[in-house]
Ligand binder design. Structure first.
Ligand code: GSH
Length: 200
């Protein structure tokens, strides 16, 4: 059985949507960041980095137990174990991985910095926050251009779309004028698997 440890942040929701869309049987465990549950000794045994998301699979590769962190790695694990979410065509698969990496690194990273600057950093700075908002907006514009005439980033639904979606959903305010991205967001929001994962 797969146990997913998460909290409803962009990174946590990415993993939850990936699990829901994979169709793999799993259970969700909430790790309340506001209570510091991610730093408790029992959780550090699952992810010594003290971050969500993480999963354990009692039936991992070779039938052995596995612990895994990083939302991108969790997405790929769910895709490979289920045989879904990754295009079979090698060129499409390569493109899906490219966009998945952008979602997990550039997009999630800049969004995380904006969250920290606005909420947890010791000092607030509007120019620095605006700098990171402009960086994030450029990545979103890149995705918007890619989605012109396409339903999904790699032409078929994949880990690429799941990687990007939670942040786009959280940063709607930055997507003004991005018609392709907003139409894609609505297509994504209508999927039962996305709805299930986002409700976690
Ligand atoms: N690159 C990691 C980022 C994980 C991450 O930053 N998790 C945050 C919540 S979104 C966290 O656990 N923060 C608590 C901490 O770092 O102490 C991933 O994609 O999973």
């Amino acid at each position: 059985m797969i146990e997913l440890y998460m909290w409803a942040t962009g990174n946590g929701l990415r993993a939850a949507v990936g699990m829901a869309e994979s169709g793999l049987e799993h259970r969700i465990h909430k790790v309340d960041l506001s209570k510091g549950e991610h730093k408790r000794p029992e959780y550090l045994k699952i992810n010594p980095a003290g971050q969500i998301p993480a999963l354990t699979d009692s039936n991992g590769p070779g039938g052995k137990p596995l612990s895994l962190a990083q939302s991108g790695a969790i997405l790929l694990y769910a895709a490979e174990k289920s045989g879904r979410l990754l295009p079979k065509d090698p060129a499409r698969k390569a493109v899906a991985l490219q966009w998945m990496m952008m979602g997990c690194s550039d997009v999630a990273g800049n969004s995380g910095v904006i969250f920290a600057l606005e909420n947890t950093a010791p000092e607030k700075s509007a120019p620095i926050t605006d700098f990171f908002k402009a960086r994030l907006t450029n990545f979103l514009r890149n995705a918007d251009a890619r989605l012109a005439g396409r339903e999904f980033l790699a032409d078929e639904f994949s880990v690429a779309d799941i990687a990007l979606y939670p942040v786009v959903n959280q940063r709607k305010a930055l997507t003004g004028g991005m018609a392709n991205l907003n139409a894609w967001r609505e297509r994504m929001s209508a999927r039962p698997g996305v709805q299930k994962g986002m409700a976690a």
